[in-house]
Ligand binder design. Structure first.
Ligand code: ADP
Ligand code: MG
Length: 480
């Protein structure tokens, strides 16, 4: 019988209880579901009447509550011998990941050091109220894994990395603006967020704003609608470091471009740091005003290229290590040979290999890696179709295709439906109208609403963003 008296002060025994519970749950659900919903699960408290679990996202909490309460109760019963009430609560984001727990090699018996060990230091110690609010807001949006020490440097990204590092040590004076560009999945967001986290860690008072281009556009529109343009300007034009991810989305947005132009000028004149990323070089961003394009080129433009073989091997090893696994050269090379042009996909392949080993208890050797990599298709070679998204969502959320395209508006159906529309929009060239047609003849405004809602949620809720990233990954690395 497992000792059930555990508390937050004793995380090891919490883990001791958690492990058998996760082992019980694993065989009953699909690995992807496990990864999505259980990776942040921790035992907060347990006694002979109840067990309180915690997760780091409201969304995950609600979803577990609705869909996995019974499996959790059953697992608690099997693991500890008695029927107990299961409670689910929320805790602060802490980078805790249980995936390695299910196949925990002895060497990492203790919890992994938090990847964001400096994170709490980075929280403002109590300077001005607005500064505090501003920064806490961003910290929750930043991925604690996107730091410089987790970024593997190779010839493909050396320039971008070096300039990002220089900027974070000396914002406003090294290279201004910094413009990094490269294909999707090559580490732009990782580098941009690493700059933010480093600046914030070095200087507690620094005001750092990290925004996707979409965030900028949306809050600008909102500011106009609510008559709070002054506030918007004040908060965007008085920062020390402004980081805008995916500026290609400024295309076709005249008014936002104007606003951005003035924001840029104000910050630039005040020698504040500006960092931007895009999926293409400045001149190739269509329908962006020439005056902006020329400013994008004022500082340093660094391209991020597809990683070479050696860098891919290093990335594979690093990603596996992050999950508590030391990959040997053979498996790492095999993975790097198969997945060649996208680091996100490379990461997806590692997750797949480590995951299969964890579930089956087999050692990670060439045979297992071959199996895991079999049929992994590259995004660029195979277009994602609406069908791919539909079959992913129906299996992931355990709903039928009829539900997905039907009329029901219950949360259990409408949220997966909105996620599906979002993914189709992200992964295909289909118009809002087309997507609406696929999803039960819905109007394009419904699709737009869904896409915006999911995007906003993913900006506010990091676990939700990880869920979306995971789904995207699975689409890109799906097996035919
Ligand atoms: P982009 O913004 O260019 O589309 P991301 O920054 O989102 O790409 O990177 C995709 C994934 O690949 C992330 O999980 C990121 O951590 C990882 N990644 C990208 N480049 C590197 C690198 N050089 N070292 C380690 N991980 C990387
Ligand atoms: Mg990105």
């Amino acid at each position: 019988m497992v000792d059930l008296i555990v508390s937050e002060q004793n995380p090891c025994s919490g883990r001791a209880l958690l492990q058998p519970i996760l082992q019980q749950i694993l065989p009953r659900i699909r690995r992807e579901q496990f990864e999505t919903w259980f990776r942040s699960l921790a035992v907060e408290r347990a006694d002979d009447r109840e067990v309180e679990f915690s997760v780091t996202s409201q969304f995950v909490r609600d979803w577990l509550h609705k869909n996995f309460l019974t499996p959790l109760q059953d697992a608690v019963q099997s693991a500890s011998g008695g029927r107990r009430r299961v409670l689910l609560s929320l805790r602060e984001e802490d980078g805790h990941d249980n995936l390695p727990l299910v196949n925990l090699p002895p060497a990492i018996d203790a919890p992994e050091p938090r990847p964001d060990a400096g994170k709490s230091d980075a929280r403002p110690a109590g300077d001005g109220a607005t500064g505090q609010l501003g920064r806490r807001l961003q910290l929750s949006q930043l991925n604690p894994n996107y730091t410089f020490d987790k970024f593997v440097v190779g010839p493909c990204n050396r320039l971008a990395h070096a300039s990002a590092l220089a900027i974070s040590e000396n914002p406003g004076s090294a290279y201004n603006p910094l413009f990094v560009h490269g294909n999707v999945g090559l580490g732009k967001t990782h580098l941009l967020q690493a700059i933010c986290q480093t600046v914030m860690r070095r200087d507690q008072k620094a005001r750092v704003l990290y925004l996707s281009c979409e965030d900028f556009t949306n809050s600008y529109i909102q500011a106009i609608q609510s008559g709070s343009l002054d506030e918007f300007r004040n908060s965007h034009r008085t920062v020390d470091v402004l980081v805008i991810d995916d500026v290609q989305f400024l295309a076709n947005k005249e008014k936002t471009q104007d606003e951005f132009f003035h924001t840029f000028n104000t910050l630039y004149d005040a020698q504040k740091q500006i960092v931007m990323s895009s999926d293409r070089p400045p001149v190739e961003i269509p329908t962006v005003q020439e005056r902006l394009v020329s400013r994008f080129k004022w500082g340093l433009v660094a391209e991020m290229e597809t990683p070479c073989f050696d860098t891919r091997v290093a990335i594979v090893k690093r990603k596996a290590k992050g999950r508590g696994v030391d990959l040997d050269d053979e498996v790492a090379s095999l993975t790097a040979e198969r997945v060649t042009n996208n680091i996100r996909e490379l990461e997806g392949a590692v997750i797949k290999i480590v995951g299969i080993a964890a579930i089956t208890g087999r050692p990670i050797d060439r045979k297992l890696a071959e199996e895991a990599l079999r049929g992994v298709t590259l995004a660029r070679q195979s277009q994602v179709s609406v069908d791919d998204v539909m079959s992913l969502i129906t299996s992931e959320f355990a709903i039928s295709a009829r539900d997905l395209t039907g009329k029901s508006r219950t949360q259990a159906v409408s949220l997966p439906r909105q996620i599906a529309m979002f993914l189709v929009r992200e992964q295909t060239e289909l118009s809002l109208e087309d997507i609406g047609r696929f999803f039960g003849n819905r109007d394009h405004t419904t699709v737009l609403y869904a896409v915006t809602k999911i995007r906003e949620r993913s900006q506010k809720d990091r676990m939700f963003k990880e869920l979306l990233d995971g789904l995207n990954n699975r689409l890109l690395t799906r097996t035919r």
